[in-house]
Design a protein around this ligand. Structure first.
Ligand SMILES: Cc1ncc(C[n+]2csc(CCOP(=O)(O)OP(=O)(O)O)c2C)c(N)n1
Ligand SMILES: [Mg+2]
Length: 386
């Protein structure tokens, strides 16, 4: 994949951006800085552009620090599973900043950073990653699948694509209740092959709903590359079949993502119907802590893909702009790392969920089969339940 402009229509008249092709990550390994001058940044981000850039940097760095620490913890056997989002930070951060408070997020597999940027407490997230007694889901959800009511961030679903129809239903409800929010459906390239993608896109188009479809095309669905996923040159152009606009954006460019998504969100909020945006990016880690890409990726793919590292590209731009000297960057990193370490320390010592919690949270007033089962289980365990 080469030469995806910051934002382009799904199929420009010239013939279109090259399709994302997993075999082609560019020949070089040199990181390409984001292409903006101070003047352009001011135009794109407004007069407080410098503060905006710092916010973007902080957000992306938090994602990177978390991934590094958590993958390490998983390898040490301290958490069971982790799904990193390394390489996708620009898309998550750009999206989080383009959202409004009343918006809803229906995540795919890698949008944890959006929940954190919208207010999910870091320590609460860590309780979830450890699946302990303070985990909102009490250890019943897969690790790395947080939910955050305060952030209007619905629990991730590992069943690929299901969130897409939920997002469409939610958009329908928003309109029905005359609320101003927008529903954001995130999903990977692989999810575009699910039935739910097609039903969701279809009904969103028919009903002209305020739902923004964000395809995070990281070029792999575990071991399946783009060219085996679809015969279409792009994923974005699929929107045309459902009667609305689809476009592509460079998902490793936080400024372009923010700008494209904010513009799309504004169009949706003014009642112009749904949009789809394909963020083209690179998965810079294994699919999850359970995966070994050396078994299926072309040799050296990931090393070459690192030239498209969104954080590296951003830092190279900062260098060119003479912003945030390395000592300041190090200070931000150290501060975030300390926060993550403190949250880990707090969460790791928490006990697992209490046994009796197995019988809680499903019904407001438990029905007799549940209480009977609970009592007999309690007897077996020695009668310790309160
Ligand atoms: C319905 C369903 N089918 C298959 C799987 C197994 N599975 C888990 S992740 C995944 C790939 C998802 O790829 P993509 O949508 O591109 O998201 P990414 O992991 O790249 O972010 C698959 C096939 C699943 N979880 N659910
Ligand atoms: Mg993918």
């Amino acid at each position: 994949m080469s030469g995806v402009p910051p934002s382009s229509p799904a199929r420009p008249p010239s013939g279109g951006a090259a399709p994302a092709n997993a075999d082609d990550v560019g020949a070089g390994t040199a990181v390409v800085p984001l292409p903006y001058s101070a003047k352009q940044l001011q135009e794109l981000l407004g007069s407080s552009w410098e503060a905006r850039l710092k916010e973007m940097y902080r957000g992306m760095l938090l994602g990177r620090v978390l991934d590094t620490r958590m993958l390490g913890l998983q390898r040490q056997g301290r958490v069971a599973f982790y799904g990193p989002a390394t390489g996708q930070e620009a898309t998550s951060v750009g999206a989080a900043l383009a959202m409004a408070e009343g918006d809803w997020v229906l995540p795919g597999l890698r949008e944890q950073l959006i929940a954190l940027m919208r207010g999910l407490d870091l320590t609460l997230y860590l309780h979830h990653l450890f699946g302990n007694d303070l985990d909102t889901a009490r250890g019943r959800q897969m690790p790395c699948h947080p939910s955050a009511r305060e952030a209007r961030y619905v629990s991730m679903s590992s069943n690929i694509g299901t969130q897409i129809i939920h997002a469409v239903g939610l958009a329908y409800a928003l309109r029905y209740k005359r609320e101003t929010g927008v529903s954001w459906a995130f999903f990977g390239d692989g999810a575009t092959s699910s039935n739910d993608f097609h039903s969701g896109m279809n009904f969103a188009g028919v009903w002209k709903l305020p739902v923004l479809f964000v395809c995070t095309n990281n070029q792999w669905a575990i071991s399946i590359p783009n060219e085996k996923q679809t015969a279409s040159p792009t994923f974005a152009e699929k929107a045309q079949a459902y009667g609305f606009e689809g476009s592509r954006v460079d998902g490793t460019d936080v400024v372009a993502v923010y700008h494209a998504l904010r513009e799309a969100r504004e169009a949706l909020a003014s009642g112009k119907g749904p949009r789809m945006i394909e963020c083209v990016l690179y998965r810079l880690t294994p699919h999850s802590s359970s995966d070994d890409p050396s078994r299926y990726q072309p040799k050296g793919w990931m090393d070459r893909a690192k030239a498209h590292d969104p954080l590296g590209r951003f830092e190279a731009m900062l260098d060119k702009l003479g912003m945030l000297p390395s000592a300041e960057r190090e200070a931000v990193r150290a501060e975030l790392d300390a926060k993550v370490r403190a949250a880990i320390q707090e969460a790791e010592v928490m006990p697992p969920p209490r046994f009796e919690s197995l019988f809680e949270d499903t019904l407001r007033t438990p029905a007799w089969p549940l209480t009977e089962e609970r009592d007999s289980f309690d007897k077996e365990q020695g009668g310790n339940f309160p």
